[in-house]
Design a protein around this ligand. Structure first.
Ligand SMILES: CC(=O)SCCNC(=O)CCNC(=O)[C@H](O)C(C)(C)COP(=O)(O)OP(=O)(O)OC[C@H]1O[C@@H](n2cnc3c(N)ncnc32)[C@H](O)[C@@H]1OP(=O)(O)O
Ligand SMILES: CC(=O)C(=O)O
Length: 564
């Protein structure tokens, strides 16, 4: 930690000589509702985890389903090359009454090609007797037999003690007996699992210390049902666990697992133990986002360290202090985890937000009066329903307009959209846009799949002769909501309400967001759409034009005709 960072640093604990960062995104993470990984997804995520520098990647349960078996086969064929990590195959102890050497799922572990196996075993008396429906002695025999067999086959073995913390509360003697049995059979690390995720941080330390007295390396695996998975993991680490299990973005069964990136960032940045390869932590944000892109399950914007909001500042008082020193409102420099500070523009902004955001965009807003004028504009427009927090591009247009630095690439003289639907026939929508661009008046008609599409076609066609770059612009998202409360009072309720439309536009490399507001959804959409083209041109066209936003002329007509 640098002296300028905000959190006070307690006396550092000594790091254990060897510390394991163990990722289970591909196994326990994949147990999350709505998350389904193909073999290719798994290979790509494993490569990213290796880039993050984790020590172990639990790839899945070979033999339990064809997908996981195929993943290990692909890895064994050389489709996965790991620089840092070891691949781990997950599985269970042998079946009750069986023999490990003959157990088909144990065979799948052996045949997986992974050098390490992680076995799940029961350590809670109630689970042995009621779920496994066997004796306490047979459960211990299953552990001994399976661990010894895999060790004899040349594999490293870790053992997950399922429901360890709950089991310890019910019968500490038996829970510790499981730890001892696994250690004596040759398990290298015995992992204490909070399978139901019901623990609190203050409950962890004594239990971990008691297990530590057995004299084996301990790991910890926590679920997040109390919202304490990361805190519980850290409590276990401070009590002596040297192996932490977790998942990227906290994916996992029910409420998820401990977020491994949070755990690792806390261990590195707060406890001061370097547990990843040098510099790897600065890739954490990129990797968490890349994993989310593959799973198609986005991480929380408010995720510690790597969320898009982790270092986003909205309140005016925060921004005014941040202008003096960002560390006054940040616990670390975001660059340490590869994240960035972001300044949000909203009705909670003060001058400082506007000045910092302005500087970010390349404008000098040091003049207090100018900054105050822009702040007042933002607050007035937000009161009318605009939202600049999510619409950076519209904010830049507003700022340039206030500064007199908005080029007039085009001025709209007239637009119209007409939808027609007759019984039994598909509806037809046609839009007309008349505008002046580079001195020429253009009038174009566009047909589309609905009014926004038709307007987009007409606007694009009308602008193309003057600005061929617009051909690359594509609407990538469209969000609309009705506005209620003080803002909505200006309109009405229900279908009569004012609406806010947010449009994301991409040119293939950049994406920008614009906002439109109105009592007519088509007008609001048009405002957001035309601003999107305006903003795109601002960054595509170097030719300066006369300053000022497109002003309406006396002969301008604005028509909306929608019929059913
Ligand atoms: C805490 C965790 O999250 S551990 C990971 C859990 N992950 C999964 O369960 C996903 C993969 N699982 C599967 O594909 C299947 O459950 C399989 C292939 C493992 C087993 O499937 P099936 O043979 O159809 O059995 P089923 O799932 O109904 O029951 C599990 C069996 O394993 C037994 N079992 C449970 N834990 C263990 C253990 N640690 N060691 C040995 N056997 C166990 C159960 O008692 C039950 O035995 P039974 O068949 O005699 O009733
Ligand atoms: C092993 C495991 O996933 C658990 O106990 O939660």
């Amino acid at each position: 930690m640098t002296p300028t960072e905000s959190s006070p640093m307690p006396e550092p604990m000594a790091a254990p000589p060897q510390f394991h960062v163990y990722d289970t995104t591909l196994r326990d993470g994949a147990q999350q509702e709505g998350l389904r990984l193909t073999v290719t997804d798994k290979l790509r995520i494993a490569a990213l985890l290796d880039e993050l520098g984790v020590g172990f990647i639990e790839g899945g349960w070979p033999g339990a389903n064809p997908n996981d078996t195929a993943f290990f086969a692909a890895a064994a064929r050389g489709e996965l090359t790991l620089q840092h990590a070891e691949l781990v195959a997950f599985g269970a102890t042998r079946r009750v009454g069986g023999v490990a050497a003959d157990d088909p799922l144990v065979a799948a572990l052996r045949d997986s090609g992974a050098g390490t196996a992680c076995l799940v075993a029961k350590s809670h008396v109630g689970h042995v007797e009621r779920a496994l429906r066997t004796t306490l002695a047979e459960n211990l025999a299953m552990i001994t037999d399976t661990v010894q067999h895999l060790r004899a086959e040349g594999m490293r073995v870790f053992l997950d003690c399922e429901h360890f913390f709950d089991g310890y509360r019910e019968d500490p003697r038996y829970a510790l007996e499981v730890v001892r049995t696994a250690a004596e059979a040759g398990a290298e690390v015995v992992v204490l699992c909070d399978t139901n995720g019901g623990m609190l941080p203050s409950w962890m330390g004594d239990v971990v210390s008691a297990a530590g007295a057995v004299g084996v390396d301990l790991g910890v695996h926590c679920h997040n049902d109390t919202g304490c998975a990361v805190a519980n993991t850290l409590a276990a680490v401070e009590a002596g666990a040297m192996h932490v299990q977790g998942t990227v973005n906290g994916y996992g069964e029910r409420t998820g697992n401990a977020d491994l990136v949070s755990v690792v960032a806390n261990v590195e940045l707060k406890l001061g133990w370097p547990v990843l390869p040098p510099g790897a932590l600065t890739e954490a944000t990129r990797i968490a986002q890349a994993v989310a892109a593959i799973t198609n399950v986005s991480g929380s914007a408010r995720a510690p360290y790597v969320g898009t909001s982790s270092f986003a500042h909205k309140a005016g008082l925060h921004a005014s202090a941040i202008r003096v020193d960002p560390n006054l409102y940040q616990h670390i420099d975001p660059a340490r985890v590869g994240n960035d500070m972001r300044m949000l523009i909203s009705d909670m902004a003060g001058r400082a937000n506007i000045q910092i955001k302005g500087e970010e965009l390349g404008f000098d807003l040091s003049d207090r009066e100018l900054a105050a004028r822009v702040t007042d504009q933002v607050k007035a427009r937000e009161a009318d329903g605009y939202s600049y927090e999510a619409a950076d591009a519209s904010f830049e247009l507003l700022l340039r307009s206030e500064l007199g630095q908005l080029e007039e690439y085009f001025s709209v003289l007239h637009w119209r959209v007409h939808s027609h639907s007759a019984a039994g026939a598909p509806s037809e929508t046609e839009a007309t846009v008349k505008l002046r661009a580079r001195g020429d008046v253009q009038i174009f008609v566009g047909e589309g799949n609905g009014p926004v599409d038709a307007l987009d076609h007409a606007l694009r066609r009308a602008l193309t002769p003057a600005f061929p770059a617009v051909d690359r612009y594509e609407l990538t998202d469209y969000r609309v909501r009705i506005l209620e409360g003080p803002v909505g009072e200006k309109g009405g309720h229900g279908t009569d309400a004012i609406v806010r439309v947010l449009i994301d536009t991409s040119d293939g490399t950049r994406t920008w967001t614009t906002v439109g507001v109105g009592s007519n959804i088509i007008e609001a959409s048009w405002e957001a759409l035309s601003d999107a083209y305006w903003y795109g041109l601002l960054h595509d066209v170097a030719t300066p034009g006369p300053a000022g936003r497109p002003a309406g002329t006396d002969d301008d007509v604005l028509t909306v005709a929608a019929s059913r």
